[in-house]
Design a protein around this ligand. Structure first.
Ligand SMILES: NC(=O)c1ccc[n+]([C@@H]2O[C@H](COP(=O)([O-])OP(=O)(O)OC[C@H]3O[C@@H](n4cnc5c(N)ncnc54)[C@H](O)[C@@H]3O)[C@@H](O)[C@H]2O)c1
Length: 359
């Protein structure tokens, strides 16, 4: 079977209709996209997260809450909050995305970053042990969980965890926590838990500070030149819907086939789409038109990885997953989304239409 057909079959097959999904981080950028996608597939989505992390934010702009079965504003650093919300949801499937996700903020707030990303993951897995229906869990980490060797090859799932800065390192720790819970408790209870490592995502509705595409769009809007920190850094960029389709496919395999899929999985772009920052900026300058321009920031900045690529052979071979949109299509979809928002379009409908187009 070709991979394309397989993805269509898994994500669009009716599997999600009526499934109860407990989604942490549903007020965030990726969580809002995923909540909308799950809603469109007929799932009952129950969320747990803090208030949306930015103003504006996709959660509000696309009225994400209106299609959810329930949602709780609460802190995953508090085990009782997680336990109560998950048990009330009677979830079949847990997708854990809530995190402090920014490298630069993790230098300023390392303790809070570890508390959320590591102990928060412990609390989610602990709550799953005492929630009777849970059969499958996807823990979302990042490509930065690997020990970065700054080499040209893509990282494979069996390579060592690491992480130079507190964010990357906390996600490496979350991976180790996930493996320990699998081996010590969850496997024996018949719960299949996997982790998902994806790279930098782009797409409409991201207003986070210190992220390339939101920084670029903010500058364009104000007719300012974009100031770029690290023009030569290469990352595995992809549209947000790409890893989300991977998480959905993985959750379905975990639910249906259990422990055979309970391990770490990479979801990244095609090889050609691991591009330097400069390439992205130049394409966006062209796509935006007007007088858009960019310049290099000459200041010094805390360490961030320069070269990072994922090997996605395993997800292709065993999940039948593969990226669908080129980087150019992903950038175009992001710019279009932002321009629709600027003219006051109905952003729930527009976001749903991009999901339908992707499918
Ligand atoms: N955006 C990317 O490029 C990218 C890349 C790789 C991995 N990831 C991972 O994907 C996930 C989602 O990232 P995002 O870009 O949507 O981030 P985001 O900041 O937009 O959303 C984070 C979500 O986590 C919630 N949250 C944070 N701290 C919390 C706490 N203590 N208790 C409860 N909820 C809390 C926020 O309320 C929000 O809903 C994260 O796990 C992140 O590490 C993101």
């Amino acid at each position: 079977m070709d991979c394309h057909a397989s993805l269509t079959m898994t994500v669009g097959s009716g599997f999600w209709r009526g499934k109860r999904v407990f989604l942490t981080g549903h007020t965030g950028f990726k969580g809002s996209w995923l909540s909308l996608w799950l809603q469109s597939l007929g799932a009952q989505v129950h969320g747990l997260a803090l208030d949306p992390p930015t103003t504006p934010n996709l959660f509000t702009v696309a009225q994400v809450a209106s299609g959810m079965a329930s949602h709780t504003i609460g802190d995953i650093r508090d085990p009782a909050t997680v336990q109560k919300a998950m048990q009330a949801s009677q979830a079949d499937i847990v997708i854990h995305m809530a995190a402090q996700p920014l490298v630069r903020l993790s230098y300023a707030e390392p303790v809070a970053t570890y508390a959320t990303n590591v102990m928060g993951t412990v609390h989610v897995l602990e709550a799953a042990r005492s929630t009777p229906n849970v059969k499958a869990i996807v823990v979302v980490t990042t490509d930065k969980c690997y020990e970065n060797k700054e080499w040209a090859w893509g990282y494979r799932e069996n390579e060592p965890m690491g992480g130079h800065d507190p964010y990357s390192n906390s996600k490496g720790c979350a991976e180790l926590v996930t493996a320990a819970y699998r081996n010590s408790f969850l496997q024996a209870s018949g719960i299949a838990v996997a982790s998902a490592r994806a790279g930098n995502v782009i797409g409409g509705g991201d207003w986070a500070a210190d992220r390339l595409v939101p920084d670029i769009l903010r500058a364009f809007e104000q007719n300012q030149p974009v100031v770029i920190r690290n023009a030569h850094a290469t990352r595995p960029w992809q549209h947000v819907l790409e890893p989300l389709s991977g998480y959905l496919s993985l959750a379905e395999h975990l639910y249906t086939d259990g422990q055979a899929f309970a391990e770490g999985w990479n979801f990244g772009p095609k090889d050609d789409d691991a591009q330097p920052v400069q390439w992205i900026v130049e394409h966006m300058v062209k796509g935006w038109g007007n007088e858009a321009s960019w310049q290099q920031d000459g200041g010094t900045h805390p360490h961030e990885a320069n070269y990072l690529k994922l090997d996605i052979s395993k997800a292709k071979a065993r999940l039948g997953w593969q990226p669908r949109w080129s980087l150019q299509q992903a950038l175009q979809a992001s710019v279009e989304w932002h321009q629709q928002w600027l003219v006051g379009a109905n952003m729930k409908a527009f976001t749903m239409s991009q999901i339908a187009q992707y499918q």
